[in-house]
Design a protein around this ligand. Sequence first.
Ligand SMILES: Nc1ncnc2c1ncn2[C@@H]1O[C@H](COP(=O)(O)OP(=O)(O)OP(=O)(O)O)[C@@H](O)[C@H]1O
Ligand SMILES: O=P(O)(O)OC[C@H]1O[C@](O)(CO)[C@@H](O)[C@@H]1O
Ligand SMILES: [Mg+2]
Length: 530
Amino acid sequence: MGTISLVISPILSLPNLNSTCSYGFSRSNHRFPTLIQNKVTKKVRVFAELKNQSCSSIDFSDPDWKTKFQQDLEQRFRLPHINDNFEDAVPIPSTFCLKMRTPLTGHFPGNYSLDEEWHGYINNNDRVLLKTIYYSSPTSAGAECIDPGCTWVEQWVHRAGPREKIYFKPEEVKAAIVTCGGLCPGLNDVIRQIVITLEIYGVKRTVGIPFGYRGFSDIELTEVLLSRKVVQNIHLSGGSLLGVSRGAPSVSEIVDSLEARGINMLFVLGGNGTHAGANAIHNECRNRRLKVAVVGVPKTIDNDILLMDKTFGFDTAVEEAQRAINSAYIEAHSAYHGIGIVKLMGRSSGFIAMQSSLSSGQVDICLIPEVPFNIHGPHGVLNHLKYLLETKGSAVVCIAEGAGQNLVQKTNATDASGNIVLGDIGVRLQQETRKYFKEIGIHADVKYIDPTYMIRACRANASDAILCTVLGQNAVHGAFAGFSGITVGIINTHYAYLPIPQVISHPRLVDPNSRMWHRCLTSTGQPDFI
Ligand SMILES: Nc1ncnc2c1ncn2[C@@H]1O[C@H](COP(=O)(O)OP(=O)(O)OP(=O)(O)O)[C@@H](O)[C@H]1O
Ligand SMILES: O=P(O)(O)OC[C@H]1O[C@](O)(CO)[C@@H](O)[C@@H]1O
Ligand SMILES: [Mg+2]
């Protein structure tokens, strides 16, 4: 498939607020922007994320800036392929059948002609449009602009799905699946679909690596044989059939283990840390000239992976959070001057808190990491709670675990993967609320709910189950197509392959200038707390 480098590619452009240059106006105190002067817009906000990108070095007075910019992006979104290392690798016709084949014969039923015009595979030149809104001005709500004039630039990424030609003979494949990081609804659904799809291609050897990357080095842990029969019902429960862990052996140890086990397809389910690991494994395999396809499937209830509409597990988390919020509401509503506080997950990003608040319609105050707030003072949260008790009689607060970290004691601790252990803002807010109302002599009945692990451990809801199914299948198609160092995601409701570094350079964040955050504010009716 020399097509990888020869594609007549639609031009790719910078993709997302969270990973691109972005010019626009923020409604309130975004924690990143710095103000710079600009001829066109007088003042534009440039998000710190662009430090990773080339935008700051673009000379917009150059008439060719757009072309140069697009060439750069096309390069960045090019999918790494085993052909890069094995130029003589010869593809074979896909063994993945789009028409039903009978399990007994392994053949297509009749009426399938090879020269049929429609064959249903994805063409390597197919693309998915990353951005679908034309912003006529950087002042438009949520505007994500590349240049100060907010020029329209088409942004394309590679469409996911089965290719006509494959780079692995199924009988030579030993595939492995590993699930890392924290739990997330849908892990079992993805494992199941990967196993099933591999079998459809004709793979006979698929194994699960137990307890995340740890399973590669811990000799007490043995790989689990996986088949359609083994995984048939695993999606009916939450968690991961294979187990998860944080912390890991070195990349070199992992690749030693891959070599020793004869694994040549590795499916890695995890968040940004796991994907950083997957990319490092992919690079190490390249360095050692091993023909191994490493494909990620982004997993995180936090929804903090760049470029994607959402990650699997997020929808379920939002749905499950409704129960906690509703309980907090009922408690608060049934008490004299009741205040219900719910803490939801979201280490760096407030997506779960924002969407759960929006969805429930029962939240009066939503606090997320991306938007600074004060607890005390005339504009503080407590003063607004007082107002709510006086006017409504009760109040519900939904707070993300990563919110207000400047207001809690730093722990200076990290978990086994190196993630910072956060101070408990939920407990702090609860304590401060009790103290405040006691001090001002107003009765307040404060109830605190922390449902975090209950939300993470449940099985995927229907919408996530479908997402998992498509992602799992596409991960296998990507590996067979010869891509490595890639991940798969849903973008504007379509499915795409992306080079791993493009989605993990930093966590995806709620944009305080986005329509969604503004909708949340409209719904809660909360003021700025600064
Ligand atoms: N930069 C990195 N390079 C190699 N491996 C990494 C890197 N960062 C994390 N890992 C490994 O990836 C695994 C998962 O990382 P982590 O615990 O951060 O979870 P995650 O994938 O980010 O998921 P979650 O969303 O649950 O935090 C761990 O085994 C960790 O050691
Ligand atoms: O307690 P654990 O397993 O380290 O996981 C906690 C973290 O995992 C996440 O759920 C992401 O998977 C974060 O929201 C949270 O901070
Ligand atoms: Mg992480």
